[in-house]
Design a protein around this ligand. Structure first.
Ligand SMILES: [Zn+2]
Length: 704
């Protein structure tokens, strides 16, 4: 994987971790979910107060016409959706940020009149004391008009291996939307003009980049800028000796992006071991991140109060670096907000499947981002968003639903419970980039199984990425879980050993550390001695995944405890993996042996976790702390409201910091007007209390 980047990150991570410890002490660090997620270009600090965003339409009228099939009323609707009437209505419903169109990809010349509409709308929005969120299309070049304005653009769009333009996928209806190429600096410079207009003319508060994703193979770009860019990237990233190690030769002048044919189809490839394919994925992800960084730097230079958001998709089971050129670990340090448009309504199914956006929210929190999702799909979605996103995000399009209005009102009234709250999550799950990117069906599935277990067992956890391993400390992380983290670099293996030896807990499953970061099979497992696991076999390695679960193997290593789990057994019949081995909601279940995992975590912890909850499987929990306000906050969400319209008799045991005693427990919910004071008793430094029945969502605050 990205060797140079990793070394730099390791160094930075150590420095950041060291400073955090020295400044706040271990207890404060435990409550600090930041890891190294501090943003590279801090923008728009107003977002720290949360956001309530709604539109408006983001489609300019010209696009509605070109797309076709519109209502004959479309012009009127376009004008209405940006009228003062709509903006005022949303404001009355509690909305604080108005979402509207700015740039769709026709080119600025054609779009000028409608971009000027946005300038006028922004003035209204600001006069009403609100903020404006402006839509900018990242990935569309509508060539029919764009080429007229800018003939050079005939070299700026993405082409496949046969030289054909690559188009956005919208049901075969929008072949006028070419994809611009981000290896081409001339296009990036053009897009900067749009961003500059947004900041200086519109005076936007928030830039939304839509369609922040590349296309899946075979539709990756083979334009001259990409081919030479890729080869230059390899020359810059690796020395001649490293290139020999990587490819078997050092001259990369003729190395190409992957090629495919009917017998070799990308959607059927499960494990990606070809070094050029791996590097091509890396190049695509890095190109997108570098282009975004240019935008972030520009915005920062023009007005650092502007928030930057991308619609890149979230963590929903597809192999995002491989399919979309989007790696959250590179993108989210540059943004404050991102969109997850998957719009699957959260719910608990009779077979134990839990459909949830929690993992997307967890990744967002690691990088201090806010997520925008379609919360209006059901009440659970709104509750889940408040519980795990800690703010509303995207409330919808005018008129808002009654449920959304109810929750917006609750959030505005109780905002104090959310702002500045830090996730208190002593268990960390690694989402290893090379392990998941090079074998989503195996490592990606294990990560999902572990996350589902933690969610349903109500164990407070965070999701971390590769760069966070070097800053792990037993003071901030009680247990690290490596779900089949097959590909770990030598540096990462060393960091994990150091963390365990210093007293950290470790739970590793399946083929963890069997390979290095290039998916080369190690002669001895990377975590040999540290865990009681088997030896890797270069042939037939994958059989371990389908093997029945052996018993977890516990071991003491240095001052820490480790557990090795030979397998995570799939509960039910494994659905088909192809195309592209995407792990949709049909995979979102705990493994059959999930209790082994829970027991292993408990043992590896050494002492108790800060919270334990007795509640059904369809209830999820999030634990946060506001140390200055001296309280811990517990959010509860019901994922099965229709069949279980009441979460009753939930018993919570929540620790308060050492040498403290709880003073009060209060319960808040949109379901009743004022906070309720609950009876509690102290037992071993934990406040123990029972909740009255709640329908969808409740927040308990334990003060000391
Ligand atoms: Zn290209």
């Amino acid at each position: 994987m990205r060797i140079k980047a990793l070394n730099r990150r390791d160094f930075m991570g150590t420095v950041v971790g060291g400073i955090a410890l020295a400044k706040f002490g271990p207890e404060a660090v435990l409550a600090d979910s930041g890891m190294s997620g501090s943003n590279a270009t801090p923008l728009g600090s107003w977002i720290n107060n949360g956001m309530i965003d709604a539109g408006g339409t983001h489609e300019p009228y010209s696009f509605v016409v070109r797309r076709g099939g519109q209502s004959l009323n479309a012009r009127k609707e376009y004008e209405y959706q940006q009228s003062e009437e709509v903006i005022r209505k949303l404001k009355d419903q509690g909305v604080e940020v108005f979402h509207t169109h700015l740039y769709k990809g026709f080119g600025m010349a054609v779009e000028k009149p409608e971009m000027e509409d946005t300038v006028r709308v922004a003035a209204i929005v600001h006069r009403l004391g609100m903020k404006i969120d402006t839509y900018i299309q990242w990935e569309t070049m509508m060539y029919e008009t764009f080429f007229v304005e800018e003939p050079r653009a005939q070299n700026w769009y993405q082409v496949d291996a046969f030289g054909q333009p690559i188009m956005l996928e919208y049901g075969y209806q929008q072949s006028f939307r070419y994809l611009p190429c981000f290896s081409n600096q001339e296009y990036i410079d053009y897009l900067k003009k749009v961003v500059r207009y947004a900041v200086t003319e519109v005076k936007t508060d928030f830039i939304h980049f839509d369609n922040f994703a590349l296309s899946a193979e075979p539709y990756s770009c083979h334009c001259p800028a990409c081919k030479s860019g890729f080869r230059n990237y390899l020359r810059k990233k690796y020395s001649a000796e490293q290139r020999r190690d990587r490819f078997g030769f050092e001259n990369v002048d003729y190395v190409n992006p992957p090629r495919w044919n009917s017998d070799n189809r990308p959607e059927k490839m499960q494990v990606i071991v070809d070094p050029a394919f791996q590097e091509w994925i890396d190049y695509r992800c890095q190109t997108m991140a570098d282009a975004l960084r240019q935008m972030a730097d520009l915005v920062s230079s023009l007005n650092p109060d502007v928030v930057l958001e991308i619609n890149y998709g979230g963590v929903v089971g597809y192999n995002s670096p491989w399919l979309r050129g989007a790696d959250h670990a590179r993108l989210l340090p540059l943004t404050q907000v991102f969109w997850d448009e998957s719009d699957r309504k959260p719910e608990f199914l009779p077979d134990g499947t839990l459909i949830t956006a929690i993992r997307t929210f967890k990744v967002a929190r690691t990088y201090r981002n806010v997520v925008l999702t379609y919360i209006s799909v059901n009440e659970t979605a709104i509750a889940e968003c408040l519980a795990f996103n800690q703010t509303i995000g995207f409330a919808g399009v005018s008129p808002l639903t009654d449920d959304v209005v109810k929750y917006v009102s609750f959030y505005r009234k109780q905002r104090d419970l959310y702002v500045g709250a830090e996730d208190l999550a002593p268990v960390a799950v690694l989402r290893s980039y090379p392990s998941i990117t090079y074998d989503n069906a195996s490592a990606g599935l294990s990560a999902i199984q572990v996350e589902q277990t933690l969610i349903q067992a109500k164990i407070p956890f965070r999701i971390i990425c590769d760069e966070h391993l070097s800053e792990l400390s037993p003071a901030t992380c009680k247990v690290l879980i490596l779900p089949n983290a097959e590909c770990l670099s030598d540096e990462q293996v060393a960091a994990i050993r150091k963390y365990v030896a210093a007293g950290g807990g470790l739970v590793a499953t399946e083929q963890t550390a069997f390979c290095d970061a290039w998916h080369r099979v190690r002669v001895e497992p990377g975590l040999k001695d540290a865990i009681d696991g088997p030896m890797p076999e270069s042939h037939g390695r994958r059989e371990a995944k389908s093997a029945s679960a052996g018993s977890p193997r516990r071991k003491q290593f240095g001052s820490g405890r480790t557990v090795y789990l030979p397998a995570l057994e799939i509960d039910g019949t494994r659905p088909p993996d192809e195309p592209y081995f995407t792990l949709g909601p049909e995979f979102w279940k705990r493994p059959k042996n999930w209790t082994d995992l829970v027991d292993s975590i408990a043992w590896a912890t050494g002492d108790e976790l800060p919270i334990s909850i007795t509640a059904p499987d369809f209830v999820a929990m999030n634990l946060l702390e506001q140390s200055e306000k001296r309280r811990r906050i517990i959010h509860l969400v019901n994922y099965d409201i229709e069949k279980h319209p009441s979460m009753g008799n939930i018993v919570i045991r929540c620790a308060v910091p050492e040498r403290q005693s709880a003073k009060a427990v209060r319960l808040y919910s949109p379901e009743f007007e004022d906070a309720k004071t609950l009876d509690f008793r102290m037992q071993d430094s934990k406040a123990v209390f029972t909740l009255p029945p709640l329908r969808a969502y409740g927040v308990a605050a334990v003060s000391w």
